[in-house]
Design a protein around this ligand. Structure first.
Ligand code: GSH
Length: 212
C-alpha cells in the first residue's frame, strides 16, 4: 500500500507538532504543516479542547498527540516504536505520561513561554515566573535523568515513542540558558540528549532556531 501524506494543522514551532512530525519521519511518511493557531475558529472545529496539532491521514481527522503517534506507528510502521514486552510497554506509557502531565506544563509555562515572549514580542523578561518554576523543573529533570542512568532508552533497551516525547519537550528547555545550566549538571541526561538528537528523524524536524 502506498504511504499516505500526513497533513498537520498547528503552530509551526511547536513541541507537539514536532512530536508527530518525528513519528511520521520514523514511519517514512511525508508530512505537510499548515499554520493553525490553537485559538483560531478553524482549530476549534478541529480540536474541541483547542490544542494543536490536529492531523488528517487516511481519511481520518485525529487530535491528541498520543493517539496520532500510536495510529501512525501502528498503521504505517509496524508498531516499531512501541515495545511488545509488557514491562517495556508500561515503562513507555509511564514516561509519555510523565512528559505530558508533569514536564511539559511547567517547562512550557514556567520557562519557554516567558523566554519566547521576551525574545519575539520584546516584552520584559518575566524572571519572577522563571525563578519560581526552576526548582520544579530541576526536580523533574533529576527524576528523568535517573531513568537514563538505568537504561539506554526510556522504555528500556530500545528507542520508543517515549524518547520522542521526552526529547521534543527537553530540547527547547536545553536551548534556554537556565535549562542548559540544569541539564549541564546531569551528565547521563546530556549524553542521552546528544545521542537521541543524532537520530535522522529528529535532525529532519529540527527548528530553525536549533540550527543556528
Ligand atoms: N494534549 C495535547 C497537548 C498539545 C499542546 O499542549 N499543544 C500546545 C502547543 S505545543 C498548544 O496547543 N498550546 C496552545 C494552548 O494551550 O492554548 C496533545 O497531546 O496533543
Amino acid at each position: 500500500m502506498a504511504q499516505p501524506t500526513l497533513h498537520i494543522h498547528g503552530t509551526i514551532i511547536s513541541t507537539y507538532s514536532r512530536i508527530v512530525q518525528t513519528v511520521a519521519e520514523e514511519a517514512g511518511i511525508s508530512w505537510t504543516i499548515t499554520a493553525t493557531p490553537a485559538g483560531s475558529p478553524e482549530n476549534r472545529r478541529r480540536h474541541p479542547f483547542r490544542k494543536v496539532p490536529t492531523v488528517e491521514i487516511d481519511g481520518l481527522n485525529l487530535y491528541e498527540s498520543v493517539a496520532i503517534c500510536q495510529y501512525i506507528d501502528n498503521a504505517h510502521n509496524g508498531g516499531a516504536l512501541q515495545p511488545n514486552d509488557h514491562i517495556a510497554r508500561a515503562e513507555m506509557d509511564r514516561w509519555i505520561s510523565v512528559a505530558n502531565n508533569y514536564l511539559f506544563p511547567v517547562a512550557e509555562h514556567g520557562l519557554l513561554m516567558p523566554r519566547l515572549a521576551h525574545r519575539f514580542l520584546k516584552t520584559p523578561l518575566r524572571s519572577d515566573i522563571i525563578e519560581a518554576a526552576l526548582p520544579e523543573i530541576a526536580e523533574h529533570l533529576g527524576v528523568i535523568c535517573q531513568r537514563v542512568e538505568e537504561a539506554p532508552y526510556f522504555a528500556g533497551s530500545d528507542f520508543s515513542l517515549a524518547d520522542i516525547f521526552i526529547y521534543c519537550i527537553l530540547r527547547p528547555v536545553q536551548m534556554t540558558s537556565e535549562g542548559n545550566n540544569l541539564i549541564g549538571q546531569l551528565l547521563p541526561l546530556r549524553h542521552w540528549l546528544n545521542k537521541t538528537g543524532k537520530r535522522p528523524s529528529l535532525i529532519q524536524t529540527q527548528w530553525e532556531t536549533e540550527k543556528q
